[in-house]
Design a protein around this ligand. Structure first.
Ligand code: 0L1
Ligand code: MG
Length: 264
């Protein structure tokens, strides 16, 4: 499926990016050495990183939408969000700790998470299909950690790097989607007790379910889909906030409770 990269290049880039994650070191964006890489090449690299992890026994438990705010999409010159995968090893318990030395330059984002009771397959997936497939909704904090030096990248490099996925924590209060308006659901993220970011679900492409529908339709182009039980982080509601050891982060979400974690 690769367009400009050889199979060997895809494997090499996947190994390089995954090693940067595992060894906690940064790298220049990969398009510097591969300026003709396409988006399809980038997803090839991401899917090989996913294979490497599952071959070692990790489980893919979900997916995330990235670059979901109109401002970030404009800044990156893209019309659609990107997607990445989430493994069981990325999960942090609610109220848990994250060792900041295990990450390069972490940032946190407030998100609305959902879990599916029906599978989602594209093409033709739309907000209605998504809403009918959601089992329940939870608040989530995504910890992103680009492997690229100083968080400087282009969208192709970011997709190859699994959309900066690193860790996530979800709240333990689950509400059925039909009891909530995901567009007006408000969130406040606190850093060390101070509110630092505010927003509502509509910041994610007008409706978090729209981001999911887009992801599902993009995944269909690669014959991929979301099975029952998939956890989906629907996209950052505000800009990401940089964090360091000693920081406490709490997300308070309207109607669905709160979730927190601490960096040590
Ligand atoms: O979850 C996100 O929106 C991040 C997508 C990748 C871009 C970034 O690292 O900011
Ligand atoms: Mg995110």
């Amino acid at each position: 499926m690769s367009e400009t990269l050889s199979k060997a290049d895809v494997q090499k880039l996947a190994e390089h990016l995954e090693n940067c994650q595992l060894e906690v070191r940064d790298t220049p964006k990969i398009t510097e050495a591969h300026p003709n890489m396409t988006m399809s090449d980038a997803y090839d690299v991401q899917y090989v990183i996913r294979e490497r992890k599952t071959e070692r026994g990790e489980r893919v438990v979900g997916f995330k939408a990235g670059l979901t705010s109109r401002a970030k999409m404009k800044q990156m010159g893209v019309e659609v969000p990107c997607y990445g995968f989430l493994c069981d090893s990325f999960a942090v318990p609610d109220g848990g700790e994250v060792d900041a030395t295990s990450l390069i330059h972490p940032k946190v984002e407030p998100e609305i998470a959902v879990v599916l009771k029906h599978p989602l397959r594209g093409p033709g997936c739309h907000i209605g299909t998504v809403m009918a497939a959601i089992d329940f909704v939870m608040p989530a904090i995504e910890i992103i950690d680009s492997r690229f030096r100083d968080f400087k990248f282009d969208v192709i490099s970011v997709v190859a790097d699994n959309c900066s996925s690193s860790k996530f924590v979800v709240g333990s209060r689950c509400r059925p989607a039909d009891q909530l308006d995901l567009r007006t659901l408000g969130v406040v993220m606190e850093l060390n007790g101070e509110p630092v970011a505010f927003g509502a679900g509509a910041a994610v492409l007008g409706h978090p379910a729209a981001a999911i529908a887009m992801m599902v339709n993009m995944m269909a182009e690669r014959g991929d889909f979301m099975p029952v039980g998939t956890l989906i982080l629907t996209g950052g509601i505000t800009e990401a906030i940089a964090v360091k050891a000693g920081d406490n982060v709490t997300l308070r979400a309207q109607d669905i409770g709160s979730v927190s974690l601490r960096f040590i």
